[in-house]
Design a protein around this ligand. Structure first.
Ligand code: ZLS
Ligand code: CA
Ligand code: ZN
Length: 390
């Protein structure tokens, strides 16, 4: 095990509660909370836990979650039990709050939600109190949850709750989302304010890819007097985007947004379903490219709330998030790209034990994003940003 020197004057905090990890969405459901166990095991095998402040996340209280969510939705979430799904007296609420195959009712659901939400709230508060510069909650990032609706494996929107904490101290917060899905819940929550600039990169196909929102033209409320006008940035992509184009696009878009908007803090959602070989995703990114977006975001030196999100091939999710933890610690150059060959890892990372397997070569999807298309996206973002110069 490698000991990593604590960087001077630069604090990274890790917010997690191991009680999140054993929750089970059900047979064949793609969301697997045990990917967090695997992530933690990798991080610890590299000794990275020695270089961070470790906090046991509390469960968010009902009142804290009511900062965003409607009370009748939280009441339902709190009292519903696995068997209730098919009970006629619950069916109205099951439908109204969108529970079902994507968002099942499983054992300990409320505790699962309040724990991952507590992690993001705690993390944001550490940033506000100036007790941390970069606060990580890999169990968070559940960007589809609405104020009174579960959606796309997400029940409570920890990102919105964390961002609301940051807004107590920062006039402007920038939200960046590299999950392969559109960050619709976060976009919707801050649709009518100019105090959050939301930026999501995602696969977009209105009819065939979830959630079907996030077109380039959706930039905020239509009325120019609404403060939220132009404060939603969408970067809709096609299948198979590769490392080089994604990194270049990310830097151009985020660089321009930072220059114009000048936020006081950043919330970064690191959904790992944008990696190649993801069970649900369709991009061609390698772990290093995903990490390069995190590294670039860090160069601005702002307080950062870093959360997880999607990611459905657990061995690659844990590779990406362990690598990204090392980037945030500025330890990526000194960790060994060969994963420590311990018994615990043999099932997941063998036979190569590489932190950076060639994901793009394994299930090669054609890159359906032409250079001209990507250039048009960058140009459109520049045009949009002209409206928010001031
Ligand atoms: O961004 O595409 C859909 C919606 C459906 C198709 C699937 N059926 C079950 C419901 C109706 C139109 N849902 C997506 C949601 C993706 C959420 C991504 C979350 C995030 O990464 C942030 C955490 C979807 N894609 C794939 C599935 N659902 C899915 C695949 C396999 C299964 C098993 C369990 C459940 C039913 C069979 C399921 C869902
Ligand atoms: Ca996204
Ligand atoms: Zn996703």
């Amino acid at each position: 095990n490698l000991q990593i020197a604590r960087p001077t004057g630069y604090r990274v905090s890790w917010h997690a509660n191991p009680a999140v990890e054993p929750h089970h969405f059900g047979q064949s459901h793609p969301m697997k909370p045990w990917r967090l166990t695997l992530t933690k095991q990798l991080v610890m095998a590299y000794g990275m836990h020695h270089a961070m402040d470790l906090y046991l996340a509390r469960a968010a209280t009902y009142e804290e979650m009511a900062d965003f969510h409607e009370r009748d939705y939280l009441d339902f979430l709190q009292q519903i039990m696995p068997g209730d799904m098919d009970k006629p007296e619950q069916s109205d609420n099951v439908v109204r709050f969108n529970f079902g195959d994507d968002c099942p009712i499983f054992d300990g659901l409320y505790s699962y939600c309040s724990l991952y939400a507590g992690g993001s709230i705690d993390a944001a508060r550490k940033l506000c109190n100036n007790q941390s510069d970069i606060a990580i909650n890999w169990s968070g990032g559940l960007h589809h949850a609405k104020k009174a609706e579960a959606s796309g494996f997400c029940y409570v929107n920890d990102i919105v709750l964390g961002t609301l904490q940051l807004l107590r101290h920062h006039p402007r917060v920038m939200y960046i989302d590299i999950d392969v899905h559109h960050g619709d819940g976060v976009e919707q929550a801050f649709w009518s304010t100019d105090r959050v600039l939301t930026v999501s990169f995602h696969k977009y196909d209105k009819d065939n890819f979830f959630p079907g929102t996030g077109a380039r033209e959706d930039t905020g409320p239509a009325h120019p007097l609404n403060p939220g006008a132009h404060h939603a940035i969408n970067v809709p992509l096609n299948d198979g985007i590769d490392d080089e184009s994604y990194i270049a696009l990310f830097k151009e878009v985020i660089g321009a947004c930072m220059k114009t908007y000048q936020p006081g803090a950043i919330v970064l959602q690191c959904g790992a379903d944008s990696l190649g070989c993801d069970r649900l995703g369709c991009f061609n990114l390698n772990v290093r490219a995903h990490g390069a977006c995190v590294a670039y975001t860090k160069t601005f030196g702002l307080p950062m709330l870093v959360v997880g999100g999607g990611g459905y091939t657990p061995r690659n999710v844990s590779r990406a998030w362990a690598h990204e933890t090392s980037i945030l610690l500025e330890a990526d150059r000194i960790i060994d790209p060969t994963i420590p060959d311990t018994v615990a890892f043999r099932n997941h990372f063998g036979p190569d034990y590489s932190l950076f397997p060639p994901l793009s070569e394994m299930r090669k999807l054609d890159n359906k994003n032409t250079r001209a298309y990507l250039e048009s996206l960058v140009e459109a973002v520049h045009e949009q940003l002209r409206y928010i110069k001031g």
